[in-house]
Design a protein around this ligand. Structure first.
Ligand code: DSN
Length: 444
């Protein structure tokens, strides 16, 4: 076969194999991934024309379409405005932007906009080693693309959280324009409330990166950053919030200060950082918002319960689970130090051989240059929870993982049990089976 054609055939085959492998035969525990319902997937398939379209332009202070530079927008405008309003209603805020294509893009626009609004390029962030997202860091988007100067929050490793008193001192001394919370290794609610007054003292905006915990916030657990004092929430829409891949920003227009910030952020979205906003995901985002309104509380509670159960169970079986003094976690994820069993890289690869998929993770006290085999693994429970795992199923899964971590069984042997366990959970719960079922539910 011609090499070009052979590559196409390989591509199609690998795509089919991937769907079966990760979709049917693996247990997925990567904390940053989500699991879409059949209704959300169907809505994506029904939006294929939108997926080819453009809608560049400006939005107003409600987050609605104000001006577009293309024709053919009759329904696109309705779609964008509906989704924006659904998101605003779900998260109880009066401004949102859904044009962001990822959480990192949401951070880009927000950090850029706020550094312009504050006329200040200093940003206080959680250290990368303590769980910040790479886009918050001087080695990533914040530093290398936006030229922001990072100042670290004080971090308490014992509590796996920002130390509010020490961070207050740092903020007073350095007077940043932006203070960020949230991140990727995110076990406990961050002290937003505790640091709001200090932010006001120095005139800083507070940004809360909710990418990992957006679904938990929608479900009313973990914390409520906008009520606790965050000016803006940035997020992706495909982790604990189980929508299509994309991003969003939430905020409240309250006064001149927030108006100035929203206008600068909107400018940073368009024209500074978007052309195509990937419109095909928007209707599916709306369906996911409906699912979170209807099933979100139950899903969020069970997700956290499952994560806590795993933390406690691993701890009782002798593993070093971080955040012990605080009950291991209040979110969908736990962090486990597996150094004595070979390290995070080695264990993640062994688990992968058994079709248990998670990621190695640098822990706060690690040698930060050892990214290949750091001490930790991070385990997220949002996918298995949505498949219907309860606490006893979680313990069974933990037992299979322990057999591998402790070297008691070969991963290839355990793989058979993992595939069997996965087969016991064929459905996606806490969601709708079809768009029709969703419409029937709302009486449309
Ligand atoms: N880097 C991702 C994570 O796994 O947390 C989020 O973008």
């Amino acid at each position: 076969m011609d090499e070009f054609f052979r590559l196409v055939a390989e591509l199609v085959e690998a795509s089919k194999m991937h769907e079966r492998y990760r979709g049917e035969e693996c247990i997925n525990l990567i904390a940053s991934e989500g699991l879409k319902s059949p209704a959300v997937k169907e809505m994506l398939m029904l939006s294929m024309d939108l997926e080819s379209r453009y809608a560049e332009g400006e939005n107003d202070l409600k987050g609605h379409v104000k001006k577009r530079y293309y024709q053919g927008q009759k329904y696109i405008t309705v779609i964008e405005n509906c989704v924006t309003d659904l998101i605003k209603m779900l998260f109880k805020c009066n401004w949102a932007d859904v044009r962001l294509v990822s959480g990192t893009h949401a951070n880009l626009a927000t950090f850029k906009g706020l550094s312009l609004a504050a006329k200040n390029n200093k940003m206080v962030v959680t250290p990368l080693s303590c769980g910040a997202h790479i886009s918050h860091d001087y080695t990533g988007l914040a530093g290398m693309v936006l030229g922001l100067v990072n100042i670290d929050h004080a971090y308490n490793v014992e509590e796996m959280n920002i130390d509010p008193e020490k961070s207050a001192g740092i903020i007073r001394a350095t007077k940043p324009g932006i203070i960020t919370f949230g991140g990727s290794l995110f076990l406990f609610p961050h002290p937003v409330k505790e640091l709001r007054d200090v932010a006001d003292e120095v005139g800083a905006y507070i940004v809360y990166d909710a990418a990992h915990v957006l679904g938990l916030i929608a479900g009313g657990v973990f914390q409520d950053p906008l009520r606790e004092g965050a000016d803006f929430v940035t997020s992706s829409t495909h982790k604990t919030f189980p929508g299509p891949q994309g991003g969003l920003i939430l905020g409240n227009l309250k006064d001149e200060r927030t108006e100035k910030a929203i206008k600068k952020i909107q400018h940073a979205i368009f024209p500074l950082s978007t052309s195509n906003t990937h419109l095909g995901r928007l209707p599916a985002l709306g369906i996911a918002a409906l699912e979170m309104k209807v099933f979100g509380a139950e899903l969020a509670r069970q997700t956290v319960k499952n994560a806590k159960t795993a933390g406690q169970y691993f701890y009782e079986k002798g593993l070093k689970v971080l955040g012990e003094s605080k009950g291991f976690t209040e979110s969908h994820q736990i962090a486990v130090d597996v150094r004595e069993y070979g390290g995070g890289g080695v264990i993640a690869e062994r688990l992968e051989e058994a079709n248990i998929i998670l990621n190695r993770n640098i822990l706060p006290y690690d040698d930060q240059s050892n990214r290949e085999n750091p001490s930790g693994i991070r385990i997220g429970f949002q996918d298995v929870t949505r498949r219907g795992f309860g606490e006893e199923d979680i313990k069974h899964l933990c037992d299979l993982m322990l057999q591998i971590i402790k070297g008691e069984r070969e991963p290839s042997e355990v793989r058979k049990d993992v595939i069997e366990l996965r087969k016991e959970f064929p459905e996606v719960k806490y969601g709708f089976k079809s768009v029709e079922e969703a419409l029937k539910y709302i009486g449309a």
